[in-house]
Design a binder for this molecule. Sequence first.
Ligand code: DC
Length: 225
Amino acid sequence: MIVAIDGPAGAGKSTVSRQLARRLGFQFLDTGAMYRAVAWAALERGHDWNQPERLVELARGLAIEMTDTGVKVDSVDVSQAIRSQRVTGYLKYSADNAGVRGILVERQRAFAVGKQIVTEGRDQGSVVFPQAECKIYLTASAEERAQRRVADLARRGETANFEQVLSEQNERDRRDMSRAVGPLVQAPDATVLNTDHLTEAEVVDALVSVVHEHCRQLGLEPPGK
Ligand code: DC
């Protein structure tokens, strides 16, 4: 079974999707971390950003290992490093590159073979796994999302200005929704969940309910607890 969770930046997808996977006993795939890993590796290698085809080559040669707790690039754990504001500033180069997307989409599909997974990103229900049994579109207001991002950065020891985070996030939303390949769209058969004013635990409970409801409709045994 595939549970595909999509939504805009800062909707809290990663944290709750990971917890949902644990509750269901499924494996978890954070596809944003893969786009981040490519941007991180390019920065490490002093990539020339005016050469998009070189970024495709770089992505093709990278060993990106998705673990239940994070991501490794060529055996180096980069789970924390890929979340920095510096890497975030270069994400457009990996996420908007059709060649890079092609490579990562292929790897995402390969990851899912023979597994029960919760996968999280922007295009999981619409492009990567259109056959997913359960699709969820997780969202929240722009202000709430920016507040969460500021708090998240503070926990990582990075200070960030709310207005600046909000304006960068608006720009990412615009890019995510308007990119030519794999844009952020709400799949027509997705269940929408707005997480404004909900705690993490409440969101996870709501997600478990949505998955169980889908299972009932499909005549499947509801997984997990
Ligand atoms: O969810 P995130 O912030 O970690 O995602 C990182 C970047 O990757 C962000 O710019 C959106 C992009 N992304 C994407 O284009 N497609 C996905 N399936 C997941 C993320």
